[in-house]
Design a protein. Sequence first.
Length: 613
Amino acid sequence: APHPAIKRQVTQLRPQYDFIVAGGGTSGLTVANRLSEAFPQKTVLVVEYGDVEYAPGIFDPPLATWGGVGASASYFVVQSLPVPDAKNASAFVLAGKVVGGSSAINGMFFDRPSQYDMDAWSTVASSGLGSIHHRWDWNSMFPFFKKSVTFTAPPPAVAAQRGYTWDASVYGGSTPIYSSFPPFLWGDHNVVRNTWTDLGIPTLQECAGGKKDGKCWIPLSQHPVTARRSHAGLGHYLNATRPNYDLIVKHQVIRVVYPSGIESRPPLVEVRSLVDNTVFNITATAEVIVSAGVFHTPAILQRSGIGKASVLGAAGIPVVLDLPGVGSNFQDHSGSGISWNYSAPGNFTPLPSSMSNPAFLADATAGFDEIPARGPYTLAGSNSAIFVPLANITADYQTIVSRIKSIIDDGSAASYLPADYRSDSTMIAGYMQQLATIAKLLNDSRVPSLESTFATGTSVRAVNLHPMSRGTVRLNLADPLGVPTVSYGTGSNPIDFDVYLAHSRYLRRMLNTTTLQSFGAVEVNPGASVQTDAALIDYIQRTMTLSFMHPCCTAAMMPKNKGGVIGPNLKVHGAAGLRVVDMSILPFLPSSHLSALAYAVGEKAADIIIRDW
Ligand SMILES: Cc1cc2nc3c(=O)[nH]c(=O)nc-3n(C[C@H](O)[C@H](O)[C@H](O)COP(=O)(O)OP(=O)(O)OC[C@H]3O[C@@H](n4cnc5c(N)ncnc54)[C@H](O)[C@@H]3O)c2cc1C
């Protein structure tokens, strides 16, 4: 049956709470659930901007959904400033605005970073080893990845029919956040998987165990029997009824306020009702945890006077704590693709076009309500992907790595940063360290640089997994309580274009494989006339997807003298009783989508906070 709506929510607040979580999204609800579970005598309040909603899967039958992209009240729509290196196009990106946050609206692709991503994160996150419980390397995080989801293997018949493989030992959690394989694939699915094999990409049994340099089956965040979306609102709130766990919806955290100094007690939380616009404070006696997501977490901090002094000054906000990294260091996954036509197509059935056949559509709709669910609606966007290291993409990979090293050595790397980022020496120091770390990742033949997913159709895109360009998230001066002003900066570091070029040329090699040639594949885009580097760069700039909906890194975990906002214990540098727990905390993007990481970060954060209290 479809999900029940999440009805339970408070209307009458207590006089004060021990913990207040600002934002009821993926990481925020994970933390809140664990804190309320660990401390029955302490109270936890989640303040959520959005409402409780039915959260359909990405491809549920239309009648069950809430209207599709653009029509929903359940997400913020973010349109970036024009991106100069993408012919002034704007990035279009969504962010969840509902109990469950982005986990309730995302594409349900449920992969994990590689172990090398996590190890690289931990090297830039802190200046020393610190407490064993504050480490973010793969070995420290793996138990939290395991704990954060319940994986269910597909029935043997489905596994045999689809060729699914997995390794149960990398899972093992019992949290009601579900990870499973859909029983359905489109008829042309294996064409592209076979093409990937033709390219020499190794087939991996499992990609969630730290190594993912190959061809992967990726589970989806959905229930193994009903195939309904699994998300934080259901798993970490609806299924966690406790008298000490409150959630209030349709309220915006405006800012945090330190009435008696930023280094003394936890701040008050200033909240605005979105129903009647009243503004009031809520007291947290232990901690405030900001989990409002990559765009709104820095907005809350900036409205609180915590941020870069010049940015706060421009917004007329008195500086409470000069922390230049707030809202800086913004990143997202981006990349362009190829498309083709078949001149001798195979008998690929079914295809999405089959849905225009009334009998097929009726069966698909009926199948989705069967137990277990079956048919096309059980498949979200895609559950198949390749992750390819740069060393396997281009023989010139070491030239790219050398170029990164040379712009670090001669200092010119800083010139590619946004002006209000490069005006701060700590931010530059942190960026240089990030670049050096990314150079190491790109030089390592075990670390993916390109991701490409496939479900059906005649096109694929390349995702640049470790971009070097940086943007910013700043308060919207015309509407400080609204969606912030987002500057993407995609491709502003020209070495990203070396990577985009290599990725594009690599994808084009698919067209010459035995498999695609056997169906008479003919390249449509970029097209035969696009051959020189200049022509291909022009194509990439014109057609690039600027956001694969993985924004991150706006309150990065790095030392303060490297432009960081939080330490490895998640505490905001220099502020008492204030932590950040969401995808803002990454120093740079990993080789993965972000929801599995957001849950694991929530679990790890809860572990740290529970130990502290
Ligand atoms: C359309 C889309 C598709 C995606 N597809 C995938 C995918 O297929 N696979 C994958 O792994 N990842 C995907 N992602 C990314 C992933 O879902 C997110 O990175 C992750 O869920 C973010 O978690 P979070 O905890 O940082 O923030 P969120 O889960 O976004 O939570 C932030 C919460 O804070 C609330 N909030 C904001 N401002 C305030 C305020 N001032 N006061 C109170 N509350 C506030 C929001 O309403 C929201 O509920 C996708 C994301 C999107 C948007």
